[in-house]
Design a protein around this ligand. Structure first.
Ligand SMILES: NC(=O)C1=CN([C@@H]2O[C@H](COP(=O)(O)OP(=O)(O)OC[C@H]3O[C@@H](n4cnc5c(N)ncnc54)[C@H](OP(=O)(O)O)[C@@H]3O)[C@@H](O)[C@H]2O)C=CC1
Ligand SMILES: O=C(O)[C@@H]1CCC=N1
Length: 273
């Protein structure tokens, strides 16, 4: 992989997840810089990961060949407007991880048709277990595409989408979805506790079941998910009772509605910011 100088503008949860994954995969820490409005997150990144940090977005931008735009979508316009006053963006590659903001809007914010790759990552990148969707317009060079794909592959799996609105589908399926799984597990943990387990024991039970199930999914690509479920479900047994209860409560529809809400919000954000 090329080790271009890489800047992260905004050092919040997602930057931390990607940078930690990158550093542990061997990306040189001297080649990474992060900027942030306030100091504490920068100090933690410097101390724990050894990367360069600054409170000046301009300094980060000037240091780098590739710039990851990692502030909240509603902050993006102001951040880009301020940076373009101080820095010549020629020759720089932009990587936006912001939900909702299309390339055309990002280029407007940047003040020119600079190459932009949109990436929709998720926080398990921290552990090298991320899932990122990528999109670029045809004008983005193969070298730039390969670089961004390599960076994200260092922290997890990647999937290119052909159409830009595919990124909103990635948000619903992978960017936001760790939160759905955490919510599901929390509900299970709460019920375990209601059934008499301590909080720690309840967590152990549900997290290990989730991990084992996820591993079985990954290691059996030839088996449909419904088949894996069938293997747990004895006729007239306990799993059938639980699964039928979920089906009767229309889990399928609940999940579909939640994912559609994520897409709708991403579409709305494109009009708001
Ligand atoms: N969290 C997630 O799971 C995912 C997030 N994303 C996207 O990643 C982006 C960042 O999200 P996330 O990391 O969760 O958000 P956070 O709020 O954790 O991080 C945003 C960071 O930006 C900093 N910031 C705000 N204004 C400025 C500024 N003017 N200059 C420099 N830094 C600034 C904030 O600093 P301060 O500490 O001072 O407030 C904060 O640390 C968003 O666009 C989001 O859509 C994409 C996929 C998944
Ligand atoms: O909630 C959000 O908007 C961001 C994008 C995907 C995950 N977090």
């Amino acid at each position: 992989m090329q080790h271009r100088k890489l800047a992260f503008i905004g050092a919040g949860n997602m930057t931390r997840s990607i940078v930690a994954g990158l550093v542990s995969s061997g990306y040189p820490k001297e080649a990474i810089i992060a900027s942030n409005r306030s100091r504490p997150k920068l100090d933690a990144l410097q101390e724990e990961l050894g990367i360069n940090v600054t409170q000046s977005n301009d300094e980060a931008c000037q240091f780098a060949d590739a710039i990851v735009l990692s502030v909240k979508p509603q902050m993006m316009a102001d951040v880009c407007a301020a940076m373009q006053q101080q820095t010549d963006f020629s020759g720089k590659l932009f990587i936006s991880i912001a939900a909702g903001l299309p390339v055309s809007r990002l280029q407007e914010m940047l003040g020119g048709d600079y190459p932009v790759v949109r990436v929709m990552p998720n926080t398990p990148s921290l552990l090298g277990m991320g899932m990122s969707g990528l999109y670029a317009q045809d004008s983005v060079s193969q070298a730039d595409r390969d670089y961004v794909a390599d960076v994200m592959a260092a922290v997890g799996k990647t999937l290119w989408v052909e159409q830009e609105d595919g990124i909103n589908g990635v948000i619903a399926a992978a960017g936001s979805s760790p939160a759905y799984f955490f919510l599901f597990l929390q509900a299970m943990q709460d019920e375990c506790m209601a059934q008499g387990f301590s909080k720690d024991d309840a967590r152990l039970l549900v997290q290990q079941a989730m991990l084992g199930a996820a591993q079985m999914v990954c290691e059996n690509p030839q088996l449909e998910l419904s088949e894996l479920r069938a293997q747990v479900t004895s006729k007239g047994g306990t799993t059938a009772a639980a699964v039928n209860s979920l089906i009767d409560s229309d889990l399928q529809q609940i999940v579909a509605k939640a994912m559609q809400a994520a897409v709708a919000r991403a579409e709305e954000m494109a009009t708001l910011f």
